[in-house]
Design a protein around this ligand. Structure first.
Ligand code: URA
Length: 482
């Protein structure tokens, strides 16, 4: 019997979805069913755990489990980009009717290719609504997952979070958390399935319960400190806050317990902040000493809330050369001075070789606090994000406005971003000056800690490039001073 005969004979099809979020599976089955001309009301789409017993499914008595096979010359199925992008998200919704809706739309699209433009069409509107709900749920997951630190028997660290998504969004958001927390071992436990990342591979496990996740830990204190410092009473809008951060997520968020007291104290705190001129970066400090004082209190990003200290630049108040690094490292944080650890020592060797006198240069960093993760007793360097660099550049800009160097040397990509406000490739940018708006010029080279990570020929090659860049800087300084 051909597929068409099945349909003509009134056959019903029951499609069992292997996973509730398997859009690829739905798409493949839907394509075959459309090519076999099976109308939407002849198909039951059953989710895992859904009512899968054919004989108890009253609308589909005796439903056919085998899929019909399209004729070799069956017409290709039409689906435009807009439908596919909305459908991919809508398939993750928890509405049990979603796969039927998607099929109905795909079926109708074959006869009416412009249907997606019809804003009044009820199916199109429902599809848009499902897409919106799923995007919103993903946004909540990105914003409200909070990891708690756990220590294994071998003292290794593992971060565990509990989250309750409304839709089947866990798997699709794995990439976001891998990119953001690539160097951590973490698990996200949810009642819709769990994700685990060991620093290299992602694995999944079945749904978990709230009691499987740990309670509070010392990291929470850090979150609370950070949240209290970024909470801006002048911008407080309680209604909008509740819309963005619904109360149901509060129980997993250590900072949430501060909200009632911060809201209650908002008015008086705002008055104090206005009086202290602390709402924004407002006026630039006019001396290096004032910058040195101000950065100690900077909590504009989470790095300033770690257990570290702000490290100010050092060197003459007027210098022809300003050298800018990324951020203080462990040793710089302890000493309170820039470039005194291993990268600083290597930098000194190469500066000397190039004939550049470090004490005559002003040496600083684009990010003022050390960003790290704690591994046992060690604090491991973490690269600042673009946003953190962009937030902190205010301080190095303020230093530059005072020191007024003729030439700025940026060591590495973070420093270059801190000066230019955009990301550049070191290999493309090195070797030639970039004019800056204040009339000085920027030279970009690699960061010495990059050389420290290399060995053998690769190290020798990069060291030669670094020396060539420093030699060009020296030559240019001599020219500018002539
Ligand atoms: N790396 C930097 O970028 N700056 C320092 O001060 C030390 C290491």
């Amino acid at each position: 019997m051909t597929a068409l005969q099945h349909v003509k004979l009134g056959t019903y099809y029951v499609v069992h979805m292997p996973e509730p979020d398997d859009f690829g599976f739905w798409r493949e089955r839907a394509r075959a069913l459309i090519q076999c001309d099976v109308p939407p009301d002849r198909i039951a789409w059953i989710e895992p755990g859904g009512s899968g017993d054919l004989f108890s499914h009253s609308d589909f008595p005796g439903g056919e489990r085998r899929m019909p096979v399209p004729e070799p010359d069956a017409k290709p199925v039409r689906a435009n980009k807009r439908f596919l992008s909305l459908a991919r998200n809508a398939a993750l919704h928890s509405d049990p009717e979603r796969f039927a809706l998607l099929y109905r739309l795909l079926w109708r699209l074959q006869a009416k290719p412009r249907m997606m433009e019809d804003k009044a069409d009820l199916d199109v509107r429902r599809l848009e609504e499902l897409d919106k709900n799923v995007r919103r749920d993903s946004h909540k997951m990105h914003a409200f997952v909070r990891f708690r630190r756990m220590e294994g028997d071998d003292r290794s660290e593992h971060y565990v979070a509990w989250f309750e998504p409304e839709h089947h969004i866990v798997r699709t958001n794995a990439g976001f958390f891998i990119r953001r927390f690539a160097n951590m071992r973490w698990s996200i436990l949810t009642p819709r399935g769990c994700l685990h990342w060991d620093g290299e591979t992602l694995s999944e496990s079945p749904p978990a319960e709230r009691s499987d996740a740990p309670g509070g830990d010392p990291m929470e204190e850090l979150w609370r400190k950070y949240y209290a410092s970024i909470f801006n009473p002048a911008r407080l809008k309680v209604g909008a806050m509740l819309r963005e951060m619904p109360k149901k997520y509060w129980k997993n968020m250590p900072e949430a317990e501060l909200i009632p007291q911060l809201v209650a104290g908002a008015q008086s705190r705002e008055a104090q902040m206005v009086a202290a001129g602390a709402l924004e970066f407002e006026a630039r400090p006019q001396t290096l000493a004032a910058i040195g004082e101000a950065i100690k209190d900077c909590r504009k990003c989470a790095i300033g809330c770690l257990d570290n200290r702000a490290v100010m630049g050092e060197g003459p108040e007027r210098a022809s050369l300003m050298i800018v690094g990324e951020q203080p490292g462990d040793q710089e944080d302890l000493a309170g001075q820039p470039f005194v650890g291993p990268a600083g020592q290597l930098l000194d060797e190469h500066l000397e070789k190039a004939g550049i006198d470090r004490p005559r240069a002003y040496v600083t960093n684009t990010v003022k606090h050390f960003k790290y993760v704690q591994r046992g007793k060690r604090r491991l360097h973490q690269t600042p994000t673009a946003k953190e660099i962009d937030t902190c550049r205010w301080w190095a800009e303020s230093e530059r406005a005072i020191v007024k160097p003729r030439l700025v040397l940026a060591l590495g990509a973070s420093a270059a971003r801190g000066i230019l406000g955009k990301t550049v490739s070191i290999s493309k940018a090195r070797g030639a000056p970039i004019p800056l708006e204040d009339g000085s010029e920027l030279w970009i080279t690699a960061h010495p800690s990059y050389l420290l990570r290399l060995d053998g020929d690769a190290r020798a090659k990069q060291a030669a490039l670094f020396d060539a860049d420093l030699a060009a800087v020296k030559e240019r300084l001599v020219e500018l001073q002539a």
